[in-house]
Structures are given as C-alpha cells and as structure tokens.
Write a new protein. Structure first.
Ligand SMILES: Cc1ncc(COP(=O)(O)O)c(C=O)c1O
Length: 377
C-alpha cells in the first residue's frame, strides 16, 4: 500500500547525515533536534505549541487526561475510525458515544453530534478520516454552544487545509482545543518507527500536556499528577524534521495519484470515487472507493480484494468492523448504537494503494485490473 523504501532513497543522504549527527551527539532523548522539530511543526500547522510523544494513541490519551475528563464522562466520537480514537477514551473509563458519519466524506456528521449531547458530554473527537477534514466550523460552533472540548484526531490528515465560511483557512489539528497526530511510518508524515504529537494554542493546557507525557512531573522528580511516559525519540525527530520540509510535495503527489484514479473510475456506475468536500482539500492518506450495487452485477469488495491480490496488487479494508461493533465495546453498550451509514460503509469500502512514489505505469496496472474485475462481475 505504501513504498517507504523508495521515498527514503530520495532523501537518503540528508536523512543518514541527520541520524549520524544524533548518534554522534548521543542526545537520544530530548535536546535541540527534538525542540527544533516541534517548533517547525508548530509553524507548519499554525499552532503555538507542539508536544512530541511516542505515538498517536498516546497523544489521544494524554489529551483526554489533560482535560481532566472523569470516569463516566461522555466523549462523542465516530464509530467509523481506527480503534485508537475510541480506545483512548475507554482506557480512561470515559463513555464513548458513537455517532454517525457523513455518507460522502466518511467523517463525523455534525447533526448526529448535536443529537448525541447530554448533560454528561464533555468532549467531541472528530477524526479527519482518510485525509479529508471533518466539517470543523460546525463542530466548533456546537462545542462552543454546549461548552465542550474538541480533540481533533488528525492522524490521517496532516497537511490538510480546512476553509471556514469567512474565507479563513486553517490546518486540521490546529482548529480544536487539542489536536493529535501519528507519525506511524505509512502516514503522510511518517517516521522510521513510532511517533506522535499533540497540538494546542492554549498556554495553560500545554504545561499540563507536557507534564502528563513526562510522568506527571512539573520539575524533575516532583510528580504532581498521575501521568505516563511518552516521548518521541530524537532520532525520529531528526528524520521527521527532514520529511516535514517535503510534506507539501508528498501530499501533492498523493493528490496527483488520486486525480489519476478519479479520471479512470469517474464514469463507471459500478464504483464511487472519493467525494471531495468544498470546505477541505483532501490529502489522500487513503484512496477509498465503494463498489455500487448495480442490477445484474455480482461483484463484491472481498472479490475485488482477492482478484487484486492474485495479481500482486495490495488493497485494504479500513475498517471491516466499526468501533461500536468491536467485542471490546460489548460491555460499554457498543451494539446499542444504531449507525446504519457506518455499518453500510464498513461493508463496502476498499482502499487502493496510494503513496508518494506511485507512478502512472503502476496506476495503469492497478486501474486496468480493478476495471477488469468490476466490469466482468
Ligand atoms: C485515525 C487514527 N487515530 C489514531 C491512530 C493511532 O496512531 P498510532 O498508531 O501512532 O498510535 C491512527 C494510526 O494508526 C489513526 O489512523
């Protein structure tokens, strides 16, 4: 699905030099390289503070801890997401309240959020799924009206721009009270291992977030609150700082590849191509299509997945089981949620390879095989 090796070879000299420089400095934890990366990322996202941490799941957990959410508090999240979004809430004994997604963007539906608010609701966690923004203006208005926190899960959409109705443009992750991201290697900004970061514009919250990520300590060996240990290695920061300079170019390559797929599939009634919302660009962490039910056809996404696999083409289903139907949420009433759009999508979505190194020859091979399968089944 990704080609991180070819991507590495294009920046090998720079990356190798940066890694060797960290090795020679022996500053493996913290230090200038880490701080510089955090500052450069803050400038890129347009936020005051970036707190690097060990991975995107930790980022979400630390964000929820810093907001002082208490057991039983309700956190509104989409069910159609990677499990980490919801798992962080459950770990802290918060009650996940699953809401529906927009059938076009696959992101949290603001109307569904408003309906789910109760006196116990404390936070909303929109997920910018596959690389496209949730309708953040609506989410922020709902949050302001009901005095709720917004934690953006930006793991799949780093570099994505959201446009407000007054023409203002902001990067996703920098719009809510806290933004979280992952540097998992296949992400649009991927490390050579695990990594994550937390974003905020709040000068008070930043101290709390930093404290929680560092064993709750305000000063070395003085632990004021229960925290955790979540750090981004300096070597990863050095690599990410180089890759950050290429992020816009990486996202442009993904968009170009998506445009190419779109053109090939646009006029085929058997397939729906990704919708592009007017308020957001799409940085295509995933290129996800839906196979439409057409009279007389007997194609299925499992059939397509197998057909492509037989030709040596990877394809993935993100995600076959929505969060509310995962066994881990049985005891939290997961199955009591009625989310027909989410269920429908999780039975139909299939993602094709998309990454910075994909060329037209490779795409032609993928496209002709997808078309072969859907047109003859
Ligand atoms: C939407 C979403 N949230 C959270 C995460 C968790 O990130 P990590 O794997 O770095 O913990 C991921 C990444 O896999 C993700 O896609």
């Amino acid at each position: 699905m990704v080609d991180t090796k070819s991507q590495y070879y294009k920046i090998k000299q720079e990356v190798d030099a940066a890694v060797i420089s960290v090795l020679e400095s022996s500053q493996f934890i913290g230090g200038k390289v880490l701080n510089d990366f955090a500052q450069n990322l803050a400038n890129y996202i347009g936020v005051k503070h970036v707190i690097p941490c060990a991975n995107g799941t930790d980022a979400l957990q630390i964000a929820m801890m810093a907001l002082d959410l208490q057991p039983g508090d309700e956190v509104i999240t989409p069910s159609f997401t990677y499990i980490a979004t919801v798992e962080a809430a459950a770990l802290l004994k918060l009650q996940p309240v699953f809401v529906e997604v927009d059938p076009n963007t696959f992101c949290m539906d603001p109307e569904s959020v408003e309906k789910a608010i109760t006196s116990k609701t404390k936070a909303i966690v929109p997920v910018h799924l596959y690389g496209q923004a949730t309708d953040m203006e609506k989410i922020m208005d709902i949050a302001a009206k009901h005095h709720l926190f917004v934690i953006e899960d930006n793991a799949q959409a780093i570099g994505c721009d959201y446009s407000f109705s007054d023409g203002r443009v902001a990067k996703t992750g920098g719009i809510g009270h806290i933004g979280c991201t992952s540097f998992y290697p296949s992400k649009n900004l991927g490390a050579f291992g695990d990594g994550g970061a937390i974003f905020t514009n709040d000068d008070t919250l930043v101290e709390k977030l930093k404290m929680i990520a560092a064993h709750g300590q305000s000063k070395r060996y003085y632990h004021d609150v229960v925290g955790c240990n979540s750090r981004l290695d300096t070597i990863q920061a050095a690599i990410l700082d180089i890759k950050l300079k290429h992020l816009d170019e990486y996202n442009a390559a993904r968009i170009k590849a998506a445009d190419y797929y779109d053109k090939a599939f646009a006029n085929n009634e058997r397939v729906s191509i990704p919708y592009r919302a007017l308020y957001s660009n799409h940085v295509f962490h995933q290129y996800t299509i839906i196979l439409n039910d057409v009279q007389g056809s007997n194609h299925s996404r499992e059939g397509l997945n197998q057909y492509l696999a037989d030709k040596g083409i990877p394809s993935m289903i993100y995600y076959p089981v929505p969060s509310h139907r995962q066994k881990m949420f049985d005891s939290l009433g997961g199955n009591s949620f009625n989310l027909p759009i989410t269920d429908w999508l999780s039975e139909r979505v299939i993602s094709l390879p998309i990454h910075t190194e994909l060329d037209e020859e490779q795409q032609d091979f993928i496209i002709s095989n997808v078309l072969n399968y859907i047109n003859s089944n």
